[in-house]
Design a protein around this ligand. Sequence first.
Ligand SMILES: *Cc1c(COP(=O)(O)O)cnc(C)c1O
Length: 432
Amino acid sequence: MVNTTIKTTKSQEIFAAAQNLMPGGVNSPVRAFKSVGGQPIVFDRVKGAYIWDVDGNEYIDYVGTWGPAICGHANPEVITALHSALEKGTSFGAPSVLENVLAEMVIDAVPSIEMVRFVNSGTEACMAVLRLMRAFTKRDKIIKFEGCYHGHADMFLVKAGSGVATLGLPDSPGVPKSVTRDTLTAPFNDLEAVKLLFEENRDQIAGVILEPVVGNAGFVTPDAGFLEGLREITHEHGALLVFDEVMTGFRISYGGAQEKFGVTPDLTTLGKIIGGGLPVGAYGGRKDIMSMVAPAGPMYQAGTLSGNPLAMTAGIKTLELLQKPGTYDYLERITKKLADGLLQVALDTGHAACGGNISGMFGMFFTSGPVHNYEDAKASDTAKFGRFHRGMLEHGIYLAPSQFEAGFTSIAHTEEDIERTLQAARDVMSGL
Ligand SMILES: *Cc1c(COP(=O)(O)O)cnc(C)c1O
């Protein structure tokens, strides 16, 4: 499909040149717009709730660099803090007090975390937490859920969401069977399936890892009792419960999904928001488990740039801004207005749709639903979503370029931004 209403000559030139330089022209697959058709736009700069492409077009952004930009892009206070940190150097490779500050903030905020280790990405955090689950329990098998994404490490590339779902890839080539043999999968929201796996693999399962609210298969919420059920089953079998809150941490409430739903896992992974837009990940949890991590204990895990002073600075400032009273009420209000509004527009224009939001995270599927798991999500009309996505882009609205990704708002989005977005959605859906 070709853009009709916006000029994107420069974007097209740059993306064409990128094709010969990087696989698919990108450094992360979903950015290539393959599942929605058409060419991606190439960014020039970002500020607040807006992005500008290299051709000078302005868009209201609902991707927020995939979650981190919860305080708005290039937040002036984060930028100022980064400027002063920059003067002191870009990397120490040695302890700094900034690490203590962010660690304390994370420990105070997230109920399960008594001790934390910083790494450089969500992928890295999930890899490390898996090793820790196995080291602590002396068991090898894990349970993950279909459509949940825990980064691109081999062991997790089994029925993974995000780009794997978007591109319809089977388990990736290059992942040895010997590595995924111990990765068991169940449908999200299916406690019976989990119970069965535990019975069939008695004393062999190290733990269960999940996105407590799924954002990598679209937006899927846990049914009442699901998280509590997992907490009970893992307890019963001496296994660990791990919440991958790389996306939901500091997003659906300050203390993440575990605070929102009142279920405390043993271990938690974080990323995205806690780096304030710089590369960061973290894993943490019960002190007795975290004490196994080197050099306190024998489980090896290290990182040249881990605890990087710039990343710590951006994270600290971002969390400080989020602590202001009313932040999550505001996110809830504008995001609900958007999510409900989109469903109303779909209803008015005769399109089957379902979706919702929790605080600043939302989603909409082109299917009547309800969507309880990845199988349900796959029933949505992805071709229609592709046309909707392109139409919204041409109306100056930047949505995640896949039916299987959640959307994000920030404290920089205004009621007026939401109203403009809903008007655009009405124009686009009327013509679908
Ligand atoms: C983004 C994400 C990851 C991977 O984080 P990266 O920083 O992209 O490696 C892992 N788990 C979840 C739930 C995510 O949303």
